[in-house]
Design a protein around this ligand. Sequence first.
Ligand SMILES: [Zn+2]
Length: 148
Amino acid sequence: MKTLYMCEICNKQFDTPAKAQQCENIGLEQVPFEAGDYVTTHGEDYGRFGWYDGDPDWVLKKPHGLHSQKPYDGTYLSFIYIVTAVTNRGHRAIIHLRTKAMKDQYVSGWTSMTGHHTPHLFKTATEGAPTLGGTEFVGEVCGRHDLI
Ligand SMILES: [Zn+2]
């Protein structure tokens, strides 16, 4: 029989209590957002989309596109997302997002601070967004886990 020690955050098992404690000491990844905040998934100058079919109030025009092909009207777009929840997977924070910029596709998903599409704060929940009316999204965890 062998005794193992487990990190209570990520459930990884170790031979010694010290190693398990060391893993626990990493803690949960902290994110500068909370449910209800509005974020974009790109910085100042990158847009990912060339089109949208939802609410234009959730769409930002960007001077440079992430992809090489130019959209029809020459304008690259990034969407505004509301943070619906922040959960964790092991030590990593998972940021759940939802937008009204699209009707059916690319509506919701998740990302992280170290992922391909790092979120940037657009407006806090307290500041709100005058043109964004969607309280129905607040607190809702997206069911699907598509990477935004
Ligand atoms: Zn751990």
